[in-house]
Unconditional design. Structure first.
Length: 299
């Protein structure tokens, strides 16, 4: 749902009406860009942005993101996909084509800390996050009033060791068919393999450390005990291995011996909120290609 208070300019809406984004990965060889560009040209499309990257021109993988405009896109998109399949087969492409007008629906999971959630809500309300926040799900009731003041449904689903299976079943009932991605905005529970199976590379977590350092619980305490001089945060896709999924974005800030654990947490909250918001924005704008356990991010 989109409350009337959400600021989205009419100009941005008009641009998105006929804009699409393609993400492509395939073995590198001559002619890929020419073939894609020719296909779009022959179908009357105008390329407005193109970014590409090759792992190795001699037998590596090639990645490209293309934005293009095409009149009457909503009506033509399915035929466009069918026709492009021939080009994709020729070059052994893995690819996707998404309409900018079809905003991704997000389900945000949160526990008691509100800083990451608030950043997403503020950016969404300002129109800077090009997505719809379909719901917020929490294992605590603390932020219900805050979330509902934005016109967003809030679901309090308590989670205990005895009720975890029932809680996950209720969560799954809410998100399946109603959310395109799940954002763990400091949600202090481990999601099950069942969730990961349904939302592969579509669950984004913010971890309060500069991974791969200090995985698991209490990373700021771990960092303090090691006397680190920088702390950071990492946004990554969730996999079955804890805190080891493909990294989307990271950032750091300098600290010193004068900073205690609470200081590190305070400094870290600012890093966490910015890193998560950037990662979510890149995901909803189709700027990320996952390859093995890494990401190519066209930001």
């Amino acid at each position: 749902m989109t409350p009337t208070g959400q600021a989205v300019s009419s100009k941005a809406k008009k641009i998105n009406e006929n804009r699409a984004r393609m993400l492509i990965s395939c073995p590198d060889r001559p002619g890929i860009v020419a073939a894609v560009s020719r296909f779009l040209f022959e179908n009357g499309a105008n390329v407005v942005q193109s970014d590409q990257y090759t792992m190795d021109p001699e037998g590596g993988l090639f990645f490209i993101r293309i934005e293009f405009d095409l009149s009457d896109l909503e009506r033509r998109v399915e035929r466009l996909k069918q026709d492009f399949a021939e080009v994709a087969e020729q070059f052994q492409m893995k690819w996707s084509l998404n309409l900018a007008s079809r905003k991704k629906r997000l389900a945000v999971f949160v526990s008691k800390e509100d800083h990451c959630l608030l950043e997403l809500l503020w950016q969404w309300q300002a129109g800077d996050l090009d997505a719809d926040i379909a719901m917020v799900i929490s294992n605590h009731p603390d932020m219900q009033g805050l979330v509902e003041s934005f016109g967003i449904p809030y679901y309090h689903i308590p989670v205990t060791a005895d009720t975890k299976a029932e809680a996950e079943a209720r969560q799954m009932e809410l998100v399946l068919g109603n959310a395109d991605a799940i954002i763990l905005a400091r949600y202090m529970q481990i999601v099950s393999p069942k969730f990961i199976e349904h939302f592969r590379n579509r669950i984004i977590n913010i971890h309060h450390s500069f991974l791969p350092a200090f995985v698991g619980a209490k990373p700021y305490a771990q960092a303090f005990n090691r006397g680190v001089k920088i702390i950071g945060a990492t946004a990554h896709y969730v996999t079955e291995e804890l805190d080891a999924g493909p990294i989307i974005d990271q950032d750091v800030q300098r600290v010193s011996h004068r900073d205690n654990v609470e200081d590190l947490k305070r400094i870290g909250r600012h890093i966490e909120r910015i890193v998560l918001a950037r990662a979510v924005s890149w995901h909803v704008e189709d700027r990320i290609i996952v390859h093995q356990n890494k990401t190519v991010v066209f930001n």
